[in-house]
Design a protein around this ligand. Sequence first.
Ligand code: AP5
Ligand code: MG
Length: 190
Amino acid sequence: MKYYILFGPPGAGKGTQASAMAERYKLRHISTGDLLRKEMAAGTPLGKKAKSLIEAGSLVPDEVVEGMIENAFDTIKDVDGFLLDGFPRTTAQAEALDKICASKGGEVTACVSLMIPDEMIRERIKHRASIEGRADDANDETITNRIRTYHEQTEPLIAFYKKAGKYEEIDGTKTIDEVRAQIFSVMDKH
Ligand code: AP5
Ligand code: MG
């Protein structure tokens, strides 16, 4: 089994690139953000708990998302691997992922990282707000906090995966097609 991480700040293009990646490499795309938004839309207890955190631009507790990943790995069988979009986002989650993969006899294959500068994060999210209507795209304060949360809690994972020799950085500022081509050339090596 392959375990790819699709890494990057908010609005970097993770969701945009995921389906082509999943199709080409026969991976199941798992976005913890999408799973949490489904829980919110269904009004489950978990969704209700997550709502205020997501709308503030903060992370939900590590155990919640780790449980989602474990559950997916236990139940999804008919694929060559997984494409994890938006997970891990903290060092604790990255360590948990290593353990979960090891328990399946595997390991993280590569961390494919889409990088864009902070100003572009704002532009992209503002553009998407008018199309998708995500609550966490709606106001500047939330977007600022998402960017801060990324730098404080998620960015340290770059060093974590570099140290493991698994970090692959892609210039996310290029066009969607150019970014996809870069991603494929990196993934073909793993
Ligand atoms: P999540 O849903 O993961 O949001 P995110 O990381 O903030 O990322 P986005 O979905 O905003 O951006 P994206 O990279 O997918 O960009 P997209 O392709 O849409 O998480 C939401 C929240 O859930 C978190 O804040 C947190 O509260 C919680 N959560 C989720 N996972 C968690 C975890 N592991 N731990 C704790 N909490 C967690 O592109 C953006 C826009 O740009 C689109 O309009 C797109 O069309 C456009 N675009 C994309 N690529 C290009 C390009 N190359 N050129 C021009 N435009 C482009
Ligand atoms: Mg996304």
